[in-house]
Design a binder for this molecule. Sequence first.
Ligand code: IMP
Ligand code: MG
Length: 184
Amino acid sequence: MSTLRRPKLKIGKVLLTKEQIAERIEELGIRISKDYADNPPIMVSVLKGGFIFLADLVRAIDIPIEIDFMEVSSYGNGTVSSGVVRILEDLSLNIEERHILIVEDIIDTGHTLRYIIDNLETRHPKSVKICTLLDRRGRREVEIPLDYVGFVVPDKFVIGYGLDLAQKYRNLPYIGIIEEEEIP
Ligand code: IMP
Ligand code: MG
């Protein structure tokens, strides 16, 4: 037996355990597999926050989906979306006449996703739907129809499972809430 011990990175209060996340992703995977059985989508992960969710979600799906990535950034390193979005890295696939399922980590004000949807629509996909792990709907400023939601979360800053605080803590296996006074 290995004597290696897992190093502990612990910050914030646990909101969702890795078991809760895994269980919900299984359910989402089953629904997506059924809904898209006849039309497997291109699943577009929004980097960087969406990378862990995408990796787990695609393995819960049993139809031949394709994946692609888009990296976007709101200006600044703050904890509040500015509404101004930059595309840092674009898709590599042609999405014309394809079904697109955008995979996001969290929808907060909705500005980032609104920008992405509008941008993708100009390329004439057959459909664009949204799958988000977290929905902080209490802070929405732009209305966006969400097709698959993992969890609705309270109005607190969250980290882990892909989500960062100034680029750190993406590697936590759980999703934690971080209070203002805890920010290192
Ligand atoms: P929105 O444009 O306000 O909806 O913000 C969307 C993006 O901001 C998300 O895709 C995340 O990358 C980031 N974000 C929003 N809230 C949080 C949070 O609580 N923790 C980490 N990142 C967040
Ligand atoms: Mg994101």
